[in-house]
Write a protein that binds this ligand. Structure first.
Ligand code: ADP
Ligand code: MG
Length: 402
């Protein structure tokens, strides 16, 4: 056994692939952010008054995932912070990710901690946590910046009350110059906000458009120069990662993941270079993880419908609603569970479509009425393997896979 371990460690240390993979990690903040010059400059202008002891503008930032909202904000805020400190301003800032800190209590607790006030994990009222934050704020700062990242998660679950209280701090404590940056992946969030918050938070609005393949290529190239050894990337590798991610709404995170995972696969295989083949393998690995995550947590009947779809389209590459329902009914009998209605199965099919596990299209069949043509979009093997890990389905899946 120990020789296996030695071999793995040895291969890792000898790796000709990575110089330093840290540069590809999602948390890493690079020194340069190509194709975001305009957003950086607008954000910096909005916050610059802070350096003169004035209040910065509130900023509302929106764009799809992976368009650089978080990294640009952290980049600018870090520079601002350093400048403010060297000017000896009593400036502080808080960065809260509202997807991780997903209750008003957690958000206020994070804010309190960023002004040096420790808050227990539970036990206080939300109002009390907020009061402690304000007390810490008053005691230590003359200007303060609050960044609420992925704020759409908070608003969808709890409404906009938290946001309202935060943008209003300046009115209740005029001695402190406070600015707020709200970041959202959901462009429609703006419409659901109360007018007063909207106009207050949206003093400056910055849109982050998706990157195109060319831009993703630049981004990858700069990060790859530091992350990989010279000549470790075969021709076309970066272009392929960029092109695949461009299809996924220009997501830079996806592009970086592809490149990093392709590198890791190459390393595991003991290859000298990362090739296009490794990128395709990386795509499959990412796809497998995504499908697993979605399918594991699905209710039993959704799994059965999914299984029915994938088993009925094995030969033709597609299936139709009636076939799916019949097959689903058989499966229910086999494992002795009561079936759900046709109507419910139809809803499940729509849900699977929205999750990107299948594609369905309504077609007219003349006097036979309408039906849906349903196609798998994931490699059947990935879906079947995941379903097989549910012991209730193990036997059925085995019988299909033979
Ligand atoms: P968002 O917050 O919009 O979902 P992120 O800021 O988290 O997106 O960016 C996703 C990933 O892509 C991060 O790893 C980030 O470092 C990287 N990234 C995004 N834009 C750039 C850029 N212009 N240059 C270098 N890396 C970038
Ligand atoms: Mg983000």
């Amino acid at each position: 056994m120990s020789s296996i371990v030695d071999e793995v460690f040895g291969r890792f240390l000898e790796s000709k692939i990575f110089a330093n993979r840290e540069f590809l990690r999602p948390e890493y903040i690079p020194d340069e952010l190509p194709h975001r010059e305009e957003q950086i400059s607008r954000l910096a202008s909005a916050l610059a008054p802070i350096l003169r002891g004035e209040r910065g503008s509130n900023v509302f930032i929106y764009g799809l995932t992976g368009t650089g909202k978080t990294v640009v904000t952290k980049f600018v805020v870090r520079k601002l912070h350093n400048r403010a400190i060297s000017l000896r301003l009593k400036f502080g800032h808080a960065y809260v990710n509202c997807r991780q800190s997903d209750t008003p209590y957690r958000v206020f607790a994070d804010l309190a901690e960023s002004v040096g006030v420790k808050v227990p994990f539970t036990g206080l009222s939300t109002a009390e946590v907020f009061r402690r934050f304000l007390r810490g704020l008053k005691a230590n700062y003359s200007s303060f910046l609050v960044v609420l990242d992925e704020v759409d998660y908070l608003v969808k679950k709890y409404g906009d009350d938290v946001l309202y209280r935060i943008v209003r701090i300046g009115e209740t404590i005029p001695s402190i110059k406070i600015s707020v940056i709200g970041i959202t992946n959901d462009i429609n969030l703006v419409e659901s906000l109360d007018m007063r918050i909207r106009s207050s938070l949206g003093e400056v609005e910055i849109v982050f458009p998706p990157y195109n393949a060319e831009q993703l290529k630049d981004i990858l190239q700069r990060r790859a120069e530091k992350a990989f050894n010279p000549n470790a990337l075969d021709e076309g590798v970066i272009e392929l990662c960029a092109a695949l991610a461009a299809r996924e709404h220009g997501d830079a995170r996806r592009a970086l993941d592809l490149l990093r995972i392709a590198g890791e696969i190459a390393e595991r295989e003991g290859a000298k270079k990362v090739t296009i083949d490794h990128v395709y393998k990386a795509r499959e690995e990412i796809e497998r993880d995504r499908v697993r995550e979605l399918v594991y947590t699905m209710p039993l009947h959704a799994k059965l419908v999914l299984l029915a779809i994938y088993s009925m389209s094995m030969d033709k590459g597609y299936t139709i609603t009636g076939e799916v329902y019949n097959q689903y009914t058989k499966f229910c009998k086999t494992i002795r569970v009561e079936q759900v209605t046709r109507r419910r199965v139809s809803d499940i099919i729509s849900e699977l479509d929205m999750l990107g596990l299948i594609q369905s299209k309504v077609v007219s069949r003349g006097r036979y009425g309408k039906t849906r043509i349903i196609r798998p979009v994931v490699k059947p093997d990935i879906v079947l393997k995941t379903l097989e890990s549910d012991i209730r389905l193990e036997k059925i899946v085995k019988s299909i896979r033979i």
